[in-house]
Design a protein. Sequence first.
Length: 373
Amino acid sequence: MSPSPSATRRRVAVVGTGAIVGGSHLPALRAHSDRAELVAAVDVDQGRLDDFRELAGGEVAGYTSIEAMLDAVRPDLVLIGTPPSLHREQTVAALKAGAWVLCEKPLCLSLAEYDEIAAAEEASGAYASVVFQHRYGSGAVHARELITSGELGAPLVAHCQTTWHRDAAYYAVPWRGRWATEGGGPTMGHGIHQYDLLLHLLGPWAEVRAMAARLVHDTESEDVSTALVRFENGALATVVNSVLSPHEVSRIRVDCSDATVELTHLYGHRNDDWVYTAAPHVAFERAAAWRTPEGDVPSSHTAQLGVLLDAYDNGVRPPGSGPDARATLEFAAALYKSAFTGAPVHAGEIAPGDPFYPAMHGDHPHWAPKERA
């Protein structure tokens, strides 16, 4: 989708000025400087805010509260890079002010919070997207087109692997590993990027059976989870989310009836990270046409911001928002519910009245925070 002829330069504010904003969002804004202008930054830490404003350069106004910034600046777009427990409140505030939102994952900590954001969207006419940058590299776009068009045959078997390593110092940050502030462990904070991409490639999921455990870290939430997944199209998949793995890798493999698609990377991918292996019955000429596209767009915040700006210019809902993004959060909730209860969970099952609707731990006695156990 290309910008409309009347497209204007959007006024952008960032909320939170830590590493993810300075290291990913700021370069994305600079790459799209012809379409987006950073006009304001918010952080409760004045020193960090001052450092970011110096890094950003230009005339970036500084604020220590989002409310003051929204009242004074009235931005078109707000980029949120604060700890997860603040996302819902800050996203709703920006939507009520008429701003679109691009928020780091997870957009919120429960399906109940997500539906509150959806209500704020409907009332304001603005949209809130979650950062799932791995969808937007050219390799991922190409793979999805091949799979959804049926060019690779019917999807049959898939594997999704986020096996990373985080030490005790990582979890010394007070909000990490706690249900109330992070919403969960690697299922919510790490593997969500990879299984979001899996859902993006294969379409709606239908059923989840899962296990999770705290094997190493002294946290409230899990440090490893596994799931078996059935998709609406009949494909079966395994999903692993770990922060216990010395050899770190992010990997997706999809076996279709005519080809296997494999992606192996760590924190981002390019075209060459995608490998296609044709089934023996597939002609060479057909398989040759599957090779990666000419343009090589890395998965990145820059790629996703460009797609969001296109949607803004054309007045349409951006990808990674609404029911699309809710399905990924619902998958996380289903994984937790299945892990805690030992029962399969079906899509659409977790609704108001279900204990896993307002909280990922479902207030289950075996997984309640230690002080309540």
